[in-house]
Design a protein around this ligand. Structure first.
Ligand SMILES: Cc1cc2nc3c(=O)[nH]c(=O)nc-3n(C[C@H](O)[C@H](O)[C@H](O)COP(=O)(O)OP(=O)(O)OC[C@H]3O[C@@H](n4cnc5c(N)ncnc54)[C@H](O)[C@@H]3O)c2cc1C
Length: 370
């Protein structure tokens, strides 16, 4: 069997890693570069139990465990480590001293208070997202998988609407027995070829600073209130490679058809930089190594779309992971492999993520030009 995976983000690379480990002939087709989109620009923050009580609970818990296993088993380095996580509050118009219940990490502004511990080294962890995604792809290639650079522009069918026979890459057909659409928010392009629900892109900005916190690193989830009462929620994640990542500032900007055209909104990164300097002046004053933006893939009901596409044999989708794609990549890779190779997922129940729960998007609703 030959499996074609469209998209070389964390979801495509994770599926390729698990698929190729089962000895399946696997090809990933990627338009711009492995981890060039959200999977290379995200926080890489992982949590064991933050999805508890939601339909994503089992997927997240399995994936948190798999992250530890993969870091242990695969001879590569993507900066996996456990860390504590704090809930921090800073306000330009309120005295936050009332919240000062826990010790501050020591590198925050004096008017910043630590309100609660959100996670410990038992329940929260991190990876460098680009290094992890590329590491998954390298592991897949070591197992015999192929990476093809190209633009997926269509699917090839055995007969009218019956079964997939492959994908069209830059006008040439690549043959396969199964096709997985894992193009993040660009999976919406496949609504032109398959009865697939809509996938949206939710934009976020981020900065990478050359900065090492002077004390043990903590991930910080910050509530930052301005003089006017507007509240922002930047997230801060120090990394073992001597950098510190800050993200926040969502935007309504539409998804460009070409992933290579994603860029920050005018002033978006500058605003995030100014916010950072308010609650962590030393961090905000350090050198900026990257100022970037990316899009989270989101389905209409906020849950991932993982499973077969009804009515089209051999067609599958794995996307819509929203804010938890880095966390849920490994368990998605494992479950999709079981689904395609064994006929059903064993490790995680994929029923809540069945794409047929949502109506397909009309093919004509998607812009045709790429
Ligand atoms: C600011 C920000 C911070 C985040 N922080 C975290 C976090 O801390 N923890 C966490 O778990 N998640 C986080 N996320 C979410 C996570 O990054 C995403 O859910 C995840 O990266 C999605 O992965 P993906 O593989 O589905 O999509 P993507 O990473 O978007 O990959 C899709 C790939 O498909 C390719 N592609 C597109 N069109 C085509 C085509 N026609 N042909 C071939 N290839 C194509 C693209 O080039 C791209 O490489 C964050 C997201 C953002 C935006």
């Amino acid at each position: 069997m030959r499996v074609l995976i469209c998209g070389g983000g964390v979801i495509g690379a994770s599926i390729a890693c698990f698929m190729s480990a089962r000895g399946v002939e696997t090809t990933v087709i990627e338009r711009t570069g492995v981890a060039n989109a959200a999977s290379g620009k995200s926080g890489g923050f992982l949590a064991l139990d933050w999805c508890d009580g939601s339909p994503v609970e089992a997927l997240a818990r399995r994936s948190f465990a798999l992250h530890a296993e993969l870091a242990d088993k695969i001879d590569d380095d993507w900066g996996y480590r456990r860390l504590d996580t704090l809930d921090v509050v800073a306000s330009a118009r309120r005295d936050v001293g009332i919240y000062r219940r826990l010790d501050s990490p020591g590198w925050l502004d004096g008017d910043t208070a630590v309100r609660a511990r959100l996670g410990t080294t038992e329940s929260t962890a991190q990876v460098d997202p680009a290094a992890f995604t590329k590491g998954m792809m390298r592991a897949a290639i070591a197992n015999g998988a192929q990476l093809v650079m190209g633009n997926v522009t269509g699917l090839a069918f055995a007969g009218p609407g019956t079964a997939v026979r492959g994908v069209v890459v830059d006008d040439e057909e690549v043959e396969g027995d199964a096709v997985v659409v894992a193009m993040g928010p660009w999976s919406v392009l496949a609504c032109r070829w398959l009865p697939l629900p809509a996938v949206y892109g939710l934009k976020g900005h981020s900065l990478v600073f050359r900065y090492v916190p002077p004390v043990r690193p903590h991930a910080l989830f910050v509530e930052l209130e301005s003089e006017t009462g507007a509240v922002a929620s930047p997230e801060v994640i120090p990394r073992p490679d001597g950098t510190t990542y800050v993200c926040g500032l969502s935007s309504e900007a539409p998804l460009p058809v070409d992933p290579g055209q994603v860029a920050p909104d005018d002033g978006g990164c500058e605003k995030l930089h100014a916010m950072t300097a308010r609650f962590a002046p030393e961090l905000g004053g350090s050198e900026v190594l990257a100022a970037q933006a990316c899009y989270r893939p989101v389905a209409q009901d906020g849950l991932p779309l993982i499973g077969p596409i009804s009515g089209v044999d051999g067609a599958f989708v794995a996307t819509g992971h929203g804010v938890w794609g880095m966390l849920n990549g490994p368990a998605t890779g494992e479950a999709v492999t079981e689904l395609i190779v064994d006929g059903a997922a064993r490790t995680v129940n994929l029923a809540p993520f069945d794409p047929s729960r949502l109506a397909p998007l009309e093919a004509t609703a998607v812009r045709a030009e790429a």
